[in-house]
Design a protein. Structure first.
Length: 261
């Protein structure tokens, strides 16, 4: 009886000493402390049952095509995320919420053709971004400006369209040359006469025509207001002048009638 009482007292202490079970690893992944390896598993979406304390997540060589809103569970400790060699075409503006601690993001060898400034807005700590081997022809203003901690950028092997639309990217690259890795591989694809021409080899004079002809939003608003106003004013002016001419002709006709003997 005394042994039973002793064991009942010792058991709670033993339970307290036992480590808390770690969160379950997704069935499609191989997990080690702080890391989840989900490569080459035929995944079409991000596994949701990931441990919140992982710092590295490998999702390469899968079939993920879209990252919708909140595609990831909260991962406050995540530092490295690799999504290379998927079929990624679209990243929603809220897809990367909850990844504010992320330092390195690999999106290379995908089908990305459009990125918006909202795409990377949650990644305030991101230092390395790999966008190589996608289908990007241009980058909207603000896409890279949304990454205040960015230190290394890879853009090689994209079909860059070297027209006036490439001007925002060229300006950013010119101001942050030290952040661009593989500079010699950031090449124009179109137009044909500039195929394989390095974007960073352009000078300011190359875009002089674009800068002279480009209009700001204020210019467009002004044109939108002045255009219809000028059109309506011209109608009123023509009507007024026509009335004066008709009135003048009628007046001459009447005076001519009065002068007849």
């Amino acid at each position: 009886m005394g042994c039973w009482r002793l064991s009942s007292l010792v058991l709670p202490f033993l339970l307290l000493l036992c480590p808390v079970p770690s969160p379950a690893c997704p069935a499609a992944c191989r997990c080690t402390p702080g890391e989840a390896d989900c490569r080459e598993r035929g995944l079409r979406e991000v596994p949701w049952s990931l441990s919140s304390n992982i710092s590295t997540l490998w999702l390469g060589h899968n079939f993920i095509a879209v990252l919708g809103p909140r595609s990831f569970p909260p991962l406050p400790e995540l530092r490295l995320l690799s999504l290379s060699r998927n079929r990624l075409e679209l990243i929603h503006g809220q897809a990367l919420l909850g990844l504010g601690a992320l330092r390195e993001l690999d999106l290379s060898h995908n089908y990305l053709s459009v990125l918006t400034p909202d795409t990377f807005l949650p990644l305030t700590s991101l230092a390395t971004l790999n966008l190589g081997s996608n289908r990007l022809e241009e980058l909207e203003p603000g896409v890279l400006s949304a990454l205040p901690q960015l230190q290394a950028l890879l853009l090689q092997d994209n079909p860059w369209m070297c027209s006036c639309n490439i001007l925002p990217l060229w300006r950013w690259l010119s101001l942050h040359r030290e952040k661009v890795r593989e500079k010699s591989l950031v090449l124009c694809r179109l137009p044909e006469q500039l195929n394989k021409y390095p974007i960073m080899a352009f000078g300011d004079e190359s875009f002089r025509q674009c800068q002279e002809t480009s209009l700001s939003s204020e210019h467009y608003i002004t044109l939108f207001i002045i255009g219809p106003f000028s059109f309506i004013s011209s109608i009123f002016f023509c009507t007024f002048m026509g009335s004066i001419v008709v009135f003048y002709h009628n007046l001459r006709r009447e005076s001519h009638c009065w002068r007849r003997p």
